[in-house]
Structures are given as C-alpha cells and as structure tokens.
Design a protein around this ligand. Sequence first.
Ligand code: ADP
Ligand code: ZN
Length: 601
Amino acid sequence: MSALATLQQVYGFEAFRPYQEEIVERVVAGHHTLLVMPTGGGKSLCYQLPALIREGVGIVISPLIALMQDQVSALTQLGVRAACLNSSLPLEAQREVISWAVKGHLQMLYVAPERFMTNDFQSLLRQIRPALFAVDEAHCISQWGHDFRPEYIQLSKLREQYPDIPCIAVTATADEPTQVEILERLQIPTTGRFVTGFDRPNIRYTVVLKKQAKQQLLDFIQSEHPDAAGIVYCFTRKKVEETAAWLQSEGFEALPYHAGLDSQIRARNQERFIKEEGLIVVATIAFGMGIDKPNVRFVAHMNVPKSLEAYYQETGRAGRDGLPADAWMVYSLGDIVQMRKLLETSDTNDKQRRVEQHKLSQLFGYCESVACRRQVLLNYFGQEGEGACGNCDTCLNPVARWNGTQAAQKVMSCIARTGQRFGAGHVIDVLVGKSSDKVSRFGHDKLPTFGVGEEFSATQWRAIIRQLVAGDYLSVDVIGYGGIKLTNACGPVLKGQEEVFFRQEQEAPRKKKRRHTPAVHYDAQPDDEALFQKLRQLRMELAKDQGVPPYVVFGDATLWAMVQQRPTDLMAFNGLSGVGQVKLERYGELFVGTIRMHEAG
Ligand code: ADP
Ligand code: ZN
C-alpha cells in the first residue's frame, strides 16, 4: 500500500503535514535520516508509517516508559499490532511480547535504550526482521544535548551491526553541535538531515506584570480555559501547594506535583492528569518529562524559568495537538531578583555562572520586549526573518516604547547619591520627594535628587527600575539587604552617549473574551460546547473501560470535527480527520448515535 493510502486508511488523516511524506518515502526506501521537528509537528508518523509499509518489525528506541505505553495504546487503537518491552512489565508479559515478535505477529516494538543493548534483546533481533530502527529523543545521544543519557551512546553499535536497516533519529530540540553529533554517532549522512522550524504557531505567548499573581491566574483560567487541562509551574514546593489549594477552593480540579511529595502520590497525580479530562497540575519543573498529553490547553508560569530554553521546553507541552493553546506567565522585579540571587549563591564555577547570567538576561529581555514575543524566541533559537506573528500579547495589544534616557539618568544619579545601598522603595521615595522617616534620617531630603522625579508615580518608577535591572544597568545586592547598585553599563547613559527605551506600561486592555472552544475557523453553533461535552463524556467512558488515556480514542481535533460536521451516518463519520478503518468499526456507531440523539434534542 502507498504511504498516502496507509495514512488515510489507518490514521484517517487526509493529507501529510509538511515534511512527512518526504521523510516517510526516504525511510521506506531505506535511507538513514535525522529529523528535527518541533513538538506536535508529527514526528511519530514519520517512523510509524515506514514501519507499517516495510516488511518486518519497526523497532523504536524510546527513553520514557510512559511515552512508550502511550504510543503503544494509540497504535493499538488504530489496529496496529504494537507492543513494548520495558522493566515495568511483568516477566510473563515480556515473554509474551517476545514470542509475538518471534512469530512475526508484531508490526512495531518499543524498547528502552538500556534494554536494547542487552544480550537477550540482541539475540531477539537476530530472530526477527527489523523493518527500521527509530531513535526517539535522539538528542539524548549527544553530550552537547541537554539530556545526555550514557545508555544512548551504545546505540552507535547498532549502525555497525545493521548497516542496511534504515535508521531514523527524531528530536524536537537539537542545536547545531547536537545535530552533528547525532549524525556522527548514528552514521547518518548529512544529506539525511532535515530540520524544520522551531515555531509553534498555535501557542499564544503572553507575559503580564505580576500584581496579585493568584488572582491573575484565576482570571486567566476562568476566561480562557475554564474546562481544560493545563499545567501551572511554580518555583517552590510551598507555592505549588498554596496555588493548588487556592485553585481547588475556587472550584477547579487542581493537583500538586513536586519532588517533596510521596512518589506514589506523584505517580497517581500524573496518571490522573493523563487519563482524566480538564485537570490542572500545579508543579515545580519536575513535572513534564514523559508527558505526551496532546490536549494540554495552557501552560502558566507563576515564576520565570531559568532560561529561554527551559521556557520553550515547558511551554512546548501546551497544544501538541495543534489546536489553540496558551503560554501565559506573570513576571515581576521580585522574579529577577530571586533568580539572580539563586545564581549568585549557587556553587557553580565562574564560567558556568557567566553563561547562566547571560541566559537569564536573555529571558528578562524576552519578558520586557515590546517586539513580537515569537520573533524574540525564534531569533534566540537562530531562526530569523519571520514577521510579527499576530498571536502573542505584544502583537495583539501593541506596546509603545518611549525614550527614557532622562528618567534612567535620574534613577542612576539618585542611586549614586544615596550611596548604592538602598532598595527600590527608598530610591523611589527620594525621587518623588516623599519625606519618609528613613529619608529624613539619612538626610536624603537635602539631596539635589530629592523630588526630581515628580513627573512619574511610584508605580511608574518601579517599572523603570525593573527594566533597568532586567537590562543589567542596575544590579540588586542579592546577598545583602537588596540595595540597588549601578553597573558599568550606566556610564554611557549618564554621559548621554547611549539612549534607553522603556515599555509604555499600560493597564492591560481587557482582551475580548475568547470562546474557549478550541474549534477555530468555522461558525460556531450555540450548542457546540454542549455537544462537545457529550462526545467527551463518551470518549472518557470508552477510555476508562480500556484503561487508556482518552486522547488515544480520538483526539480533541477529531471531536471538534464531529461537532462541526455532525455526521449522522457512518459514511459521513468516516470522512472525519482522525477516523481510520479500525476506529470507524469500533466507535462509529456510538459517536454517530450520540450526535443523532443530540440533534434530535
Ligand atoms: P510530535 O511527535 O512531533 O510531537 P506527534 O507525532 O505526536 O508529534 O503528532 C502531533 C499530533 O498531530 C498528533 O495528534 C497526530 O495525530 C497529529 N498528526 C500528525 N500527522 C498528522 C497528519 N498528517 N494529519 C493530521 N494530523 C496529524
Ligand atoms: Zn507576535
């Protein structure tokens, strides 16, 4: 069967996404390939389809047990004979999988890297015919990569043992040196390297100034995603607990997740997040690896992460299914100070510290940007030349820039005159001419800078100072009492050789309330949401019966297609994207029945 026919019949997808066809054909033809494609781009199809088309068993090496099981469930739902071998399976079940493989019953076999190199597995490989080797999360093979795993190094041997079996390495995150190392280790020719863009166009990026963070989070969830699954990242365990409790008290199902929790509770909360609908997990960064849930509708950051890489990885967990999703973050001067402090007091060497300081500054630059956020992100990852995206806060509510050179000079000289040892509050008091006790005690009301900043409110000065700290003009004495100091960057500004620009802070204009139904590009009916809920309920029941996550029964995109097209017979149902042969037979009647009942009112 041709690749396209298989795509349509097995997966029920009408057409290939960009790159998929080319990659599938290469691999079917036996060529080694490296594919770097962002999350949600459709990498799995690129090795699954060739495995179905080529003779033999497709062997997929995948580092995360939860992901393996997810993929196997999803394939089984499609009627593909897939299984996995990992340490979490009882021995009996492992033997069964091996016997299926030997008898030639399997089309795909998932295996963990550490198992792959064992003698047992190698001898199994000699008894079966591998259709291809797919190396998932291939960046783990590289010492340059951010998740290097020693057991991946061994995989180099595979290419020597099976020179003629095509090998396809896939990853969402690999910079140039990482890519080169993957190519070398797996002996993939440079002509076999495919790197698609980094962009995640369905994710809307928003950064807001922190005022009352929890209330802001609540407003965001209530107005944008009242009913959807999401992840909220907090910096500390305490904040995780507090935020989860608060969301619960506001009527949301929110579960905490952090390293301090009992491992069983952690596992259960993760499991519930995967298998239930509309749950919110409030977590430290410990949560996320091994979560492949495609319908996470938002990722919220209550504190800034430590770099744009981390931010992109964490926010990337939203919207894998390609439907609209949000990456939302609150940010404040306190965050900058906290992150800098953490770095100052960590016991890294100086070189590493400088690297991390630089990364932090780039992250703050992103937060303070008046330009399209997506452009800032893509430029950071080396992808230039894209226009403004139209789907981030600065595109949707453009922020003006103003020349704040004079204001910056006032702040800087005020800090210099008060001895570079006071915090922002005191500096602002002096600027606006407020005679507090402290001001008179230190005689700062006698200074020439006293009251020179009356043109701005304290809040405006706070914003100015924040941006000067974010831009590395000012530093906060994070070890001592939080006094603000000048950095070398102030010289040119004070001498009038360099201009400084600030964001024109504005009260966030209330965004037009967005329909939280992710169904885009069609005229929504008033009862769409109600029908969606019914279909989602049916999906949940079917999933529960089989012990699989709901999204392997049908993805949200397919449910929305049902809502939009309202097929009332199997013919029409078969035409939906995501309905393949096996799912049509297995679920068609049930879903069509629900739609008919709904239509009958
Ligand atoms: P990745 O592994 O790159 O993160 P996946 O392989 O999980 O991405 O695919 C992301 C989503 O896109 C899945 O829900 C998948 O079913 C869907 N998808 C992939 N290819 C197509 C296609 N050609 N048409 C429609 N949907 C697709
Ligand atoms: Zn934009």
